[in-house]
Design a protein around this ligand. Structure first.
Ligand code: AMP
Ligand code: MG
Length: 199
């Protein structure tokens, strides 16, 4: 049985035990696991039937948490982070060697964001590791914006959905990377182009 529950400590226990939990964010529900747990990350890919060459976004609680994952934090990236985090902006930054290749699909960059949802922020602040969390849907199907959507997608293959109410945006995050320290937009999401260029 998949449990739908608001119990953050229960989610904490499952995640520190190398298993996965679906979590609410302001974009869509994500299927989350410890980025450093090979078992949890392999389960995310398996449950979603997501191909291993499709990298995952690391979710952190603070800019400090992001700094712990990256070899370099360019000034323009920092400005964007300060303007839009917590929020629907994902930054692609050069990764530290300690960030597992499994979540970056072997790339030398890691995708990072601070989600803007009080329940998941509280969970991330407690956890001693970041969470990899792609959308909590089978590969190719519509992203879930309610806990019950996740439950009906995955049935018994996940233990828990952390209840956080309906997602506000329902649209995936905007992804920005850097080439020669200049920002490049990889995916447009709910943040308006004008807002990004203004920063
Ligand atoms: P999502 O499907 O919302 O979890 O976002 C994951 C998407 O972020 C992937 O499908 C890629 O398009 C993108 N992504 C994540 N990490 C990287 C990376 N290191 N380099 C390029 N794109 C990435
Ligand atoms: Mg997705």
């Amino acid at each position: 049985m998949t449990i739908i529950s608001k119990d953050i400590n229960k989610a904490f226990g499952i995640l520190t035990n190398d298993d996965v939990v679906a979590i609410p964010t302001e974009t869509v529900y994500g299927l989350a696991g410890n980025i450093y747990s090979e078992k949890a990350i392999r389960k995310i890919f398996a449950v979603k039937k997501r191909p291993l060459f499709n990298p995952l976004i690391a979710h952190v609680a603070s800019i400090k948490g992001a700094e712990a994952l990256v070899a370099d934090f360019p000034e323009k990236a920092r400005r964007l982070a300060e303007a839009f985090w917590p929020g629907s902006l994902t930054l692609l930054l050069k990764k530290k060697t300690t960030v597992p290749d499994l979540i970056t699909a072997g790339k030398d960059t890691v995708a990072i964001r601070i989600p803007n949802h009080p329940v998941t922020l509280e969970l991330l602040e407690k956890l001693p590791f970041p969470l990899a969390a792609p959308s909590a849907n089978p590969f190719g199907s519509i992203s879930p914006t309610r806990a019950t959507h996740v439950e009906s997608y995955f049935k018994d293959s996940i233990a828990m959905v952390l209840e956080g109410g309906p997602c506000q945006n329902g649209i995936e995050s905007t992804i920005i990377g850097f080439e020669n320290n200049e920002p490049v937009i990889y995916r447009l999401g709910s943040i308006a182009m004008e807002e990004i260029t203004a920063v």
